[in-house]
Design a protein around this ligand. Structure first.
Ligand SMILES: Nc1ncnc2c1ncn2[C@@H]1O[C@H](COP(=O)(O)OP(=O)(O)OP(=O)(O)O)[C@@H](O)[C@H]1O
Length: 505
C-alpha cells in the first residue's frame, strides 16, 4: 500500500516536473534513467519473498514486478524528485517561496548546474537502492534454496515418516524409496504442501511413480489436494517438502527443463512447424469449426478442448490434465478420451484428475484415491474394486403370474433374505428388485438364482461387481475440513478406516 501511494506521488511529481522541464535537462536525464534502473534492481527482488508469503504463483510475481518497475518508485526516488525541484527552478519558487539554487546563480549572471550524481544530492539514494537490491537478491537465493526456512515459515507439521493405512500405498512408497521408479517418467517422493496460515497439509507426503504408457488417475472429493499436487509439479506453487521429477528433471531445481517435458505450456515448437502443429491440435480435438474464432468466445467445453490440445503440443513426455472433460457433452467427451488414449499409446504418460468414475474406468491404468492430502488406496481399477468393493449387485426383473395384473415381489424378497443373510435391498420398483450382496461368492449367487428362476417368476437377471463409485464414496466419507479435523483431534476421535473386503471363495 505504501509502495503504491509513493508510486502515485511519483507519477504526479513527474508530470509537474515536465512542466518545469527539469527532467529533460541534459544533466538530470541520465540521473533519472539510472535511478529508474536502480529502482528496478532494488524493488523487483522484493516481490519474490512476498510472493512466497502470500502463495502468489511465480507468473503473477513476474507481472507484479514488471508493473512495479514501470510505475512504482520508492521513498529514495521521492527524495530525488524533491531535490531536483530544489536544484532547478522549482515548484517552491512558483508559489513564492525560496528560489532554487540554479535560480540564485542565474540572478548573478552565472550558469550553475550541480552534478546530480553527487553524494549529498541523489548519490546516497542510488547507493542505498544498489545495496537494497543486493540484499533482496541474496534473500531470494536463500529462500529458493530453503536456507533456514523451517525457522522463518511454518512447514508441514507432519515431518516424521509417513504411515500408510493401505498395503498398496505402502508398497508404492517402498518402491520409490528403493529406487524402483528410476525409469518412470514422473516420480514423486514424499511430496508435501502446507499453505501459509494453514495447520493441516493440503498434500501430505505422497509417493508415486508413473511409467511411460500409463494413465494415472488422481481421484478425490473437493479439497482433497489434487490441484495442489498438480501446481507443485508445474511450479505454480512452492513445494513445502519432498521432491518430484519429470523425465529425470527435478521440479525443485530444473523447472524450465520440467516444463519442456510436460504438457503444461507449448514450448519448443520451431516457428516453421507452428502452422502444422496448430492444425494437428485443431483436428485432434475436433475444433475445426471454431478455429477462426477468438478463444475467449469459446464455450466452457471448447475451452477445455483447447487447453488439452495446448497441453499435447510438442509431444511432451508427461501430460497433466486437471478435470479435462468437466462440462463437456458426451460426444466431445469421447472425442477427448480418444485423444488421451492416443497419447498413452504413443508411450507417453498422463496424469489426470476427474470426478467421473466412468472417465477413470475408460482411461486409467492405475489410480489413487486422495483423502485429506494422502493416498488412501492405489492400484488398477479391477484391483480396487476387488479389494474395497462391497461384493456384488444383483438386479432381477419379475414377471406377473398368469391371470394377475402386477408381479408379486414378496416371494423373491423372502428368498433373497433367507439365501443371502445380510444382503441389502437397494431398489424396489414395479417389477424390479436390486440387492447388494457382500457375503457370498459369484458362483453361489448364480447357482441359487438360476435354480430358483422358474419358481420365483424371474424373467431376467444380472449380477455385476460393485462399481468404482461405491469404492470412491466409501473413501470420500473420510474427507474432513480443517476445522472438523481439529474438533476430531480435540475429541480424541479417529477417522473411520476402510478395510479391504474379505471374500468367500
Ligand atoms: N492458495 C491457497 N491457500 C490456502 N489454502 C489453499 C489454497 N489452495 C488450496 N488450498 C487448500 O488446500 C486444500 C486442497 O485444495 P485443492 O485445490 O488442491 O483440492 P482439490 O482436490 O484439487 O479440489 P477440487 O476437486 O475442488 O479441485 C483445500 O483444503 C484448500 O482449501
Amino acid at each position: 500500500m505504501i509502495n503504491y501511494c509513493l508510486s502515485t506521488a511519483m507519477v504526479v511529481g513527474i508530470f509537474m516536473a515536465f512542466d518545469k522541464k527539469c527532467y529533460t535537462s541534459s544533466t538530470n536525464l541520465p540521473a533519472l534513467i539510472t535511478l529508474l534502473l536502480l529502482y528496478g534492481w532494488s524493488v523487483t527482488p522484493m516481490m519474490y519473498p512476498m510472493s512466497y508469503v502470500f502463495s502468489v504463483p511465480s507468473t503473477a510475481y513476474v507481472s507484479l514486478s514488471c508493473i512495479n518497475l514501470f510505475i512504482g518508485i520508492n521513498s529514495s526516488a521521492i527524495t530525488f524528485v524533491l531535490e531536483l525541484f530544489e536544484n532547478n527552478r522549482s515548484l517552491f519558487d512558483r508559489h513564492g517561496h525560496e528560489p532554487g539554487v540554479t535560480e540564485v546563480y542565474a540572478r548573478f549572471g552565472e550558469e550553475h548546474s550541480a552534478d546530480p550524481f553527487r553524494w549529498d544530492f541523489v548519490g546516497k539514494n542510488m547507493a542505498f537502492m544498489a545495496v537494497e537490491g543486493f540484499f533482496y537478491f541474496v534473500l531470494n537465493l536463500l529462500i529458493q534454496y530453503r536456507f533456514f526456512m523451517e525457522h522463518w515459515f511454518p512447514v508441514s507439521p507432519n515431518t516424521g515418516p509417513a504411515i500408510d493405512d493401505d498395503t498398496d500405498v505402502a508398497e508404492e512408497r517402498r518402491r520409490i524409496y528403493e529406487g524402483g521408479s528410476k525409469s518412470d517418467i514422473l516420480q514423486i517422493r514424499d511430496l508435501s504442501k502446507t499453505y501459509v496460515g494453514r495447520k493441516r497439509a493440503a498434500v501430505d507426503r505422497i509417493c508415486v511413480g508413473v511409467p511411460a504408457g500409463e494413465c494415472f488417475g488422481l481421484l478425490g472429493v473437493n479439497g482433497a489436494g489434487k490441484t495442489t499436487t498438480f501446481k507443485m509439479l508445474t511450479g505454480d506453487t512452492d513445494v513445502t517438502s519432498g521432491e518430484g521429477s519429470v523425465a529425470g528433471y527435478s521440479i525443485l531445481t530444473q523447472i524450465l527443463d520440467v516444463h519442456q517435458n510436460m504438457g503444461y505450456c507449448p514450448q519448443g515448437v520451431p516457428e516453421s512447424e507452428i502452422p502444422r502443429v496448430a492444425e494437428w491440435g485443431i483436428q485432434k480435438l475436433g475444433l475445426s469449426e471454431y478455429a477462426g474464432r477468438c478463444a475467449g468466445t469459446y464455450s466452457g467445453g471448447n475451452k477445455r478442448k483447447l487447453s488439452t490440445a495446448i497441453a499435447m503440443i510438442g509431444c511432451p513426455a508427461l501430460v497433466l490434465l486437471d478435470e479435462p472433460t468437466t462440462g463437456m457433452d458426451p460426444h466431445s467427451k469421447r472425442f477427448l478420451w480418444n485423444a488421451i488414449m492416443s497419447v498413452i499409446q504413443d508411450g507417453r504418460a498422463v496424469v489426470l484428475t476427474s470426478h467421473s468414475m466412468e472417465e477413470c474406468e475408460a482411461l486409467c491404468t492405475r489410480l489413487a484415491i486422495m483423502v485429506n492430502g494422502t493416498f488412501k488406496c492405489l492400484g488398477t481399477i479391477q484391483h480396487l474394486k476387488y479389494k474395497f468393493g462391497d461384493g456384488y449387485v444383483v438386479t432381477m426383473k419379475i414377471k406377473a403370474a398368469k391371470g394377475s395384473r402386477s408381479p408379486d415381489l414378496e416371494p423373491v424378497e423372502s428368498f433373497m433374505e433367507s439365501s443371502f443373510p445380510g444382503c441389502v435391498q437397494r431398489e424396489k420398483h414395479y417389477n424390479t428388485l436390486q440387492y447388494e450382496i457382500c457375503s457370498s461368492s459369484l458362483a453361489r449367487i448364480f447357482q441359487l438364482v438360476v435354480s430358483n428362476k422358474e419358481r420365483l417368476s424371474i424373467e431376467d437377471y444380472s449380477v455385476s461387481q460393485t462399481t468404482l463409485d461405491q469404492v470412491f464414496v466409501n473413501f470420500a466419507k473420510q474427507q474432513t475440513g480443517e476445522d472438523e479435523d481439529m474438533r476430531r483431534t480435540a475429541a480424541g476421535r479417529k477417522d473411520v478406516k476402510i478395510c479391504p473386503t474379505k471374500r468367500k471363495t
